[in-house]
Design a protein around this ligand. Structure first.
Ligand SMILES: O=C(O)C(=O)C[C@]1(C(=O)O)C=C[C@@H](O)C=C1
Length: 258
C-alpha cells in the first residue's frame, strides 16, 4: 500500500497518484517479461485438467486453483484489507493479524473489475506475449500469471483514488456533481480524460519496455532480440489498462454521492 497507515485522509494528490501509476508500469513490464520466458502452456487455463487434493469439489483450471490458494494465504496476512488490493476469488478467510488503520480516502464501494482483467489477460495478453505451445513449465507460468494479474489489478483499481482526487478538485467538483446526478457516464468520462497524459504514458511505456527488455552485460547493452514484444505491452495499456482504469473511475464517481 502506498498510502501509509496513519496518514491523513487528505493524503492524496493527482500528482502523487500519477507517480504511483508510473512506478506500477515498471512492476507490470517486469512481470510480463517474467511470464514471456515460458510458453503459452494452455493446459493450465483449461478447467478440470487436474484433481486437487483437499479441494475435490473444485473443478476450475490449474491457474484458478493456484490463484485461490495463493489468495487464501494472502487474505490471512490482511492483504485485501488494504484499499488498493482486490482479490480475484471469494470466500476468503479472515486475517490472522489485527487490522491496520488506513486513512478513509475512498467512499465505500464494492467495485471490483478483476473478472474483466482475468478475461483480457487470458484471451489477449498471454497468447500474444508467449510462444505458442507447451514447455511443461506449468507452475512457473502460473506463478508469473498471478504476479501479472495482481499488478494489473492494483494499477487499474487505483482509478478509484484518481477519481476521488479529481472529484476533490474545487474547480471541477460542481461539474462532476451535475453529471453524477444526471447519471451521465459519457460526460464524466470526458471530464476525467486527459489525452496528453495518456499519450505521454504510451510513449514512456514503449521506451521502458524496450530498455527493460534488453540484456545488459559488463560492457553495456546487448542489442539482441528484446525479451518481450514491445507492441504487446503498449497495446495492453492502450486497449485494456487505460480504458479499464477509466471504467473504474466512472463507476466510482457514479456511486460517489450515494
Ligand atoms: O492520470 C490520470 O488523470 C488518470 O485518470 C489515469 C489515466 C490512466 O489510466 O493512465 C486514465 C485517464 C486519463 O485520461 C489519463 C490517464
Amino acid at each position: 500500500m502506498n498510502f501509509l497507515v496513519g496518514e491523513s485522509e487528505n493524503a492524496i494528490s493527482l500528482e502523487r497518484l500519477r507517480d504511483i501509476l508510473i512506478r506500477l508500469e515498471d512492476t507490470i513490464i517486469f512481470a510480463l517479461i517474467e511470464r514471456a520466458q515460458f510458453a503459452h502452456n494452455v493446459v493450465i487455463y483449461k478447467p478440470g485438467m487436474y484433481k486437487y487434493e483437499g479441494s475435490e469439489e473444485f473443478n476450475g483450471s490449474f491457474l484458478e486453483y493456484f490463484l485461490r490458494e495463493s489468495e487464501k494465504v494472502h487474505a490471512k496476512v490482511r492483504r485485501y484489507q488494504s484499499p488498493d488490493e482486490y482479490p480475484f476469488t471469494d470466500d476468503l478467510p479472515n486475517p490472522i493479524i489485527p487490522p491496520l488503520k488506513y486513512p478513509k480516502i475512498l467512499k465505500p464501494n464494492d467495485i471490483n473489475v478483476n473478472p474483466k482483467i482475468l478475461k483480457f489477460y487470458l484471451e489477449h495478453i498471454v497468447p500474444s506475449l508467449c510462444v505458442a505451445g507447451e514447455d511443461l513449465n506449468y507452475g512457473s507460468s502460473a506463478t508469473r500469471d498471478v504476479a501479472c494479474l495482481q499488478a494489473l489489478s492494483q494499477r487499474i483499481h487505483y482509478g478509484k483514488f484518481v477519481a476521488e482526487a479529481k472529484f476533490r478538485d474545487p474547480n471541477l467538483q460542481s461539474k462532476y456533481i451535475e453529471y453524477i446526478k444526471s447519471h451521465n457516464s459519457e460526460a464524466i468520462e470526458k471530464l476525467l480524460t486527459n489525452k496528453k497524459v495518456e499519450e505521454s504514458l504510451l510513449k514512456r511505456l514503449r521506451h521502458k519496455a524496450l530498455i527493460y527488455g534488453q540484456d545488459i552485460t559488463e560492457s553495456g547493452i546487448l542489442n539482441n532480440t528484446p525479451k518481450i514484444n514491445i507492441d504487446v505491452v503498449v497495446e495492453l495499456y492502450e486497449k485494456w489498462v487505460i480504458p479499464l482504469t477509466k471504467d473504474v473511475e466512472v463507476q466510482y464517481l457514479l456511486s460517489r454521492l450515494d
